[in-house]
Design a protein around this ligand. Structure first.
Ligand code: UD1
Length: 331
């Protein structure tokens, strides 16, 4: 059993990491300022982990008790004292806290810089001083920008097109520097358009899949920015949870940035057709102007993750969409 701090643990991806760690019987500490995170996400993670563990117990007929409740630190990691409390006594830090939106960063670069860079630097200093074994960072496919070469591999230069993308590049550079200068083990996992249950469709900045499902289920037409032929490597959340937890343990991963995705790409028009089938509607989209700072095509090479982490996607795109629609209907 180890102690994991999950920053942003009340958020979408963070709460899935919390759930899996509890399921595996680890001690978990969540740090969140509830800017975008929600208490319901923590409650749902604890509930699901408990259900999975008691199902396992009946099969094995011994041992697995309900998981402990995670500790919660409510605070802003842009304050060093909060970062120090987060790192104190932790074996691993999964630094997921961020303001995760390209358009929001274009509109308000100062707020997103504070959340995405100042907080990351504090977390690195605190992890170094507390003797944390490894810090794993939430990197982003947006770091690659618009490159003609597909799939995008980690050897390519970064080319940020938005403050958010630049902040993720800077965070990652800070990680590498901390590994070189101070010997703190770090890994950046570059996420590619992650989706799944608990992704919040509540704002115009929400991920496109959560918005499309919300509208289709409500019987309203979704909006497509541009011609809908832009593509993304949409990745179901269980796949990134697997990648991140592998990244904590593989010795050779330290100091690296690694894509974790599916290796495929789907256009928004295709996405909409698949979702129409799952939801059972033929509602058409309304097309508007393309979004400023948008990347045209995004597709990951997952060769490095396969080689270094032994990673392979376990939940396919359509299966993930079905699970997500089910969750939206039950929520
Ligand atoms: C980007 C990053 C991703 C990062 C995420 C954080 C890239 C390639 N991806 O995602 O790694 O984690 O930011 O927010 O840079 N769209 C519509 N209608 C809508 C909403 C969105 O057409 O209602 C379009 C967008 O214009 C975009 C695509 O859908 O072309 C995906 O948008 P979104 O889900 O916001 O994610 P990205 O900006 O691609």
């Amino acid at each position: 059993m180890a102690t994991y701090t999950v920053t942003g643990g009340a958020g979408f991806i963070g709460s899935h990491l919390v759930e899996e760690l509890l399921r595996r019987g680890h001690r978990v500490r969540i740090v969140d300022n509830f800017t975008t995170g929600k208490r319901e996400n923590i409650e749902a993670a604890v509930r699901s982990a408990g259900a999975a563990r008691s199902a396992g117990a009946s099969v094995r007929s011994a041992g697995a008790s309900a998981p402990a409740t995670p500790d919660l630190i409510e605070g802003d990691l842009a304050e060093l004292a909060v970062a120090r409390a987060a790192a104190d006594g932790a074996d691993y830090v999964l630094h997921q806290a961020a303001i995760p939106s390209v358009p929001r960063s274009v509109k308000d670069p100062i707020t997103s810089n504070r959340a995405n860079i100042d907080a990351t630097l504090n977390m690195l200093v605190a992890a170094r001083d507390a003797g944390v074994k490894r810090l794993v960072f939430a990197g982003s496919s947006s770091e690659y920008g618009d490159t003609p070469t597909l799939p995008k591999h980690e050897g390519m230069p970064t080319n940020p097109l938005s403050p958010y993308a630049l902040q993720k590049v800077v965070g990652e550079e800070y990680l590498k520097l901390f590994t070189r200068l101070y010997g703190l083990e770090t890994v950046s996992i570059r996420y590619f358009n992650v989706f799944g249950p608990r992704q919040d469709p509540g704002s115009a900045y929400s991920g496109v899949i959560s918005l499309f499902i919300k509208w289709l289920v409500a019987g309203e037409p979704p909006t497509i920015h541009g011609d809908g032929e832009q593509t993304r490597d949409f990745t179901y959340v269980a796949n990134v949870v697997d990648g991140v937890l592998r990244a904590c343990e593989v010795p050779a991963a330290s100091g690296e940035a690694i894509n974790v995705a599916t290796g495929g790409r789907i256009s928004l028009n295709q996405l909409l057709r698949v979702l129409q089938g799952i939801v059972g509607t033929d509602l058409a989209a309304v097309y508007g102007p393309p979004r400023v700072g948008d990347v045209r095509d995004s597709q990951a090479s997952i060769e490095k993750a396969e080689r270094l982490l032994g990673y392979a996607p376990t939940v396919a795109f359509e299966d993930g969409l079905r699970r997500t629609v089910e969750w939206f209907r039950a929520a």
